[in-house]
Write a protein that binds this ligand. Structure first.
Ligand code: 16G
Ligand code: ZN
Length: 533
């Protein structure tokens, strides 16, 4: 039965603030760090129960608020294969976090254990980590109390990136099996990335140094250690690496800043030379944006859609050259935020599917292909190779030297990619490897297609739950009649497209618009926003 006494004693140390309602959303729980203590404790208990439910498999817990301001924090659970928490458990997490008193919490737990038939005699294992936020240390202590209360075994990884934690969960759970993912240590992670990268670029002319904007977050120390493993094959120049300066995290820098403002972080105006490649990580290093300055020092952004185009082309070519194109079906997954020009470009080359926002939707859709490529425009993405495809890559015997080289490259690409979740550092090495093979500079990569001007606007509304969508968020079904009005507006703009959806992470409604001309795009976005307000 439940260790009620230990849960009660420890739960009393982590009371839920009255009048607050928490929700496990697309990014787990995320809000002001100062109100998260009880949530962390309860997530510790829940992680233990999830592990017991899955026969003692190790569950991951990541304490981070990604690109949010420094005073926020958050927490999300990672399932045994290194993937997002199963959707059905999101509701359980929300329910447990909102129990008002310790008694209510224990009552909810008892109901929950019974309903899900959780065998409490099973072992429980939890591995956890946090980003560099100053609030992280105390929140991890609260989490540890929860892990202890349920009698689970905890492993603290300390300060690391979200993708490293996902990697570790998969590595721990596949240890000693034929699907082994590598050593279950940060060292194992660096080797997983560095070894295939060095092989991929070894026959290519040396890459020029890459400037990396670390958002003053955990990407900085991890990139620094990755650099030691990468060596001279790709020199890193780390910028915005001040992880102890109060208020610096994600402040006017990082991947989200670059994507939303479509500008170079002011701190990079000096360090980034014309024609040099640069990229930005977000606060937990699971998003990546590229950019460069042209000869006129004009800023150009290469977002998740451009990464998808670059990577898809490369993989399509390798599959064809290796002689495996009849056996490997590729596909790309995007969301409604994908630039229309990228969707057009990709659709001319391979199947493209559109799904609702959020990694879990993209990830699951990508699993339907032998090789599934997914990137959100915001820079979060990865490439999934099905197990059968990985086996095929191992067993296939090429019949020409060209096939053999392409096969080697495919094997290395498969190794290099962190397939558990979007990983800015893994994606960055993948991009660099493709650029080396294509002999592309930023300009050539950028010219694969020309982005349509686009604009994103946030609207604060009385009740965002009134906004309901269908067709992968491209159409509103509620409030009634609103979509018709949007359609009518969109028709008046050349190349116009616009959609409205409630945010899953903020109490706002988002409006996206694109059109052939910049001024028209802004006008369309604001007029649609006017309809929503
Ligand atoms: C979260 C999602 C991200 C999505 C974003 C949308 C994960 C791990 N992250 O950050 O994929 O793009 O939310 O936010 O799923 P929004 O709903 O506020 O627009
Ligand atoms: Zn992130």
């Amino acid at each position: 039965s439940l260790p009620v006494e230990s849960i009660r004693a420890l739960s009393d140390l982590h009371p839920k603030p009255a009048s607050l309602r928490f929700q496990y959303g697309t990014a787990g729980f995320r809000t002001l760090a100062s109100v998260l203590d009880s949530v962390l404790f309860r997530v510790g208990v829940l992680a233990g129960l999830r592990s017991k439910k899955l026969d003692g498999k190790t569950i991951g817990v990541m304490v981070t608020a990604s690109h949010n301001p420094e005073q926020d924090n958050g927490v999300k659970l990672v399932d045994p294969r290194g993937e997002m928490l199963d959707t059905s458990w999101e509701l359980h997490a929300t329910a447990l976090s909102n129990a008002q008193t310790t008694d209510d919490f224990i009552g909810e737990l008892e109901k929950f254990v019974q309903a899900l038939k959780i065998d409490l005699s099973k072992p429980a294992r939890v591995v956890y980590a946090r980003d560099t936020r100053p609030s992280g240390d105390a929140l991890v202590s609260s989490l540890e109390d929860g892990i202890k209360a349920i009698g689970a075994e905890g492993r603290n990884v300390g300060v690391t990136t979200t993708p490293v934690l996902h990697y570790l969960v998969r590595a721990i759970n596949t240890k000693g099996t034929k699907e082994s993912y590598g050593e279950d240590s940060e060292e194992g992670y660096f080797l997983k990335l560095a070894t295939p990268f060095k092989k991929l670029v070894s026959t290519r002319p040396a890459l020029s140094p890459l400037l990396i904007d670390c958002a003053n977050g955990v990407g900085a120390p991890i990139a620094e250690r990755l650099a030691e493993h990468i060596g001279t094959s790709l020199p890193f120049i780390l910028e915005n690496a001040s992880i102890t300066t109060p208020g610096a995290l994600n402040n006017a820098c990082g991947a989200d800043y670059v994507k939303t403002s479509q500008k170079l972080p002011p701190s990079l105006a000096g360090p980034l030379q014309p024609s040099q490649r640069g990229c930005s990580l977000d606060g937990d290093a699971d998003r990546l944006m590229y950019f460069y300055l042209d000869e006129q020092s004009q800023f150009h952004m290469l977002d998740g859609d451009k990464i998808a185009a670059l990577v898809s082309d490369f993989i399509v070519d390798l599959v064809k050259t290796s002689g495996l194109d009849s056996q490997i079906k590729l596909g790309v997954v995007q969301t409604a935020y994908a630039n229309g020009a990228s969707t057009k470009y990709l659709s001319e080359r391979l199947p493209v599917k559109c799904v609702p926002t959020g990694v879990k939707h993209l990830h699951h859709a990508a699993e339907h292909y032998n090789i599934g490529i997914y990137f959100e425009a915001n820079g979060h993405g990865t490439v999934l190779f099905s197990q059968a495809t990985q086996d095929l890559l191992q067993s296939y015997t090429p019949s020409t030297p060209a096939q053999s080289t392409a096969l080697d490259h495919l094997r290395n690409v498969n190794q290099l990619i962190n397939q558990t979740v979007g990983d800015a550092l893994s994606d960055m090495l993948l991009v660099e490897a493709v650029l080396a093979h294509r002999a592309y500079s930023g300009i050539e990569w950028d010219s694969l297609y020309v982005d349509l001007p686009n604009r994103l606007v946030k609207v604060v509304v009385a009740d965002r739950t009134q906004f309901k969508t269908e067709d992968a968020e491209r159409r509103l079904v509620s409030p009634a009649g609103l979509q018709d009005k949007i359609n009518e507006l969109v028709r008046r703009y050349e190349g116009g497209r616009s959609f409205v959806r409630p945010s899953g992470t903020e109490d706002v409604v988002r409006v996206y618009a694109e059109a052939s001309m910049k001024s028209q795009t802004d006008e369309l976005a604001f007029r649609v926003a006017g309809l929503v307000y």
